[in-house]
Write a protein that binds this ligand. Structure first.
Ligand SMILES: [Zn+2]
Length: 320
């Protein structure tokens, strides 16, 4: 699986920047130390010639090559020890002028010598994915693992367990073009918690995910429709292109004569592009039909997989 190219580029740029920063800090420290101690400056000058010296020795070849290399190595070691002693005399640590990368495994390149991606870069990509998804801090608090079935009445638990298991599996096997879902049921039944958990897993697996409420999404479509500056970037474009769009709380957006057509355009375009959408709503299928008309409701109920959330409003019980 490849990483979302926008997020990937941002993370790569950040890595280049922090590597340069680390190198610049080391260079500045070197200059500072050289100004204090000409002896260290001389040692550094000689140390920087070591590579070239070894190259010369190696290209001359000959029987005594290993001996010569060993001598050069010893001399190098002696110079380093002398430098460390001089630094210590200045009250500075031995590695003061070395480059201090944030990650010692990949030296902030994001890749290991084996060309495998470093764990630090995978984490950075997830964090960038969370940031770009619009999930904010929700994603840090809500996961499949802390979705508690105990909060539900006993008769509701089998259905909730089914939904939890279904969405967990769906998240772990998500791929581009996976079937779209509609989550239906009253407020406080864990739809948002499970959608957030789903988003989190899919982001961690490297897909681009956008999570937002119907209210905000419709607002952005409306903004684009009536924007005053034609050169301004389209706000709604991001909703059309991500691998997974989570459209939360369908029905809570401001209703205007354009709302239904924005939503139909969104749902339809994503379907045509082979992109997956997960809609959650408190509306009943009849209410969806009444509010948005036949075209949108036949898309949602005809082509999406339906997941039902029923039961009493647990928000009242648990104050969440
Ligand atoms: Zn690393």
């Amino acid at each position: 699986m490849g990483y979302d190219s926008g997020n990937f580029q941002r993370v790569k740029d950040a890595y280049t920047a922090k590597r340069k920063q680390a190198e610049q800090v080391a260079e500045e420290r070197k200059m500072q130390v050289h100004a204090l101690s000409p002896a260290i400056a001389e040692i550094d000058r000689r140390l920087s010639g070591t590579g070239l010296l070894l190259f010369r020795i190696a290209s001359q070849g000959g029987e005594d090559l290993p001996k010569k290399i060993e001598e050069a190595r010893k001399e190098n070691q002696a110079l380093l020890e002398e430098k460390h002693a001089l630094l210590a005399a200045l009250g500075l640590p031995a590695d003061y002028t070395e480059i201090h990368y944030e990650c010692t495994l990949c030296s902030d390149t994001g890749y290991l010598p084996s060309t495998k991606m470093c764990e630090c870069m995978k984490r950075a990509l997830s964090v960038e994915g969370f940031r770009a998804s619009g999930l904010g801090s929700l994603v840090e608090r809500q996961s499949f693992d802390n979705f508690s079935l105990d909060r539900f009445e006993e008769e509701e638990r089998p259905l909730m367990k089914h939904n939890l298991d279904f969405l967990r599996k769906y998240a772990n096997t998500f791929r581009t073009g996976a079937k779209s879902l509609i989550l239906i049921g009253g407020t406080g039944l864990g739809k948002t918690h499970l959608s957030t958990s789903l988003a989190r897993v899919v982001i961690e697996r490297g897909y681009s995910v956008i999570y937002d409420t119907a209210h905000n999404i419709v607002f952005d479509f409306n903004y684009d429709q009536f924007k005053s500056k034609p050169e301004e970037e389209l706000r709604s474009e991001k909703y059309l292109d991500c691998d997974l769009l989570l459209l939360d709380d369908l029905g809570t957006e401001v209703q205007t004569k354009h709302t239904a057509s924005y939503l139909y355009n969104l749902i339809n375009t994503r379907m045509n592009r082979g992109k997956t959408t997960v809609v959650s709503t408190n509306l009943t299928p009849n209410e969806v039909l009444e509010r948005y008309g036949d075209r949108l409701s036949s898309r949602l109920f005809g082509e999406y997989e339906i997941l039902l959330f029923r039961g009493k409003d647990i928000r009242l019980k648990n104050n969440i």
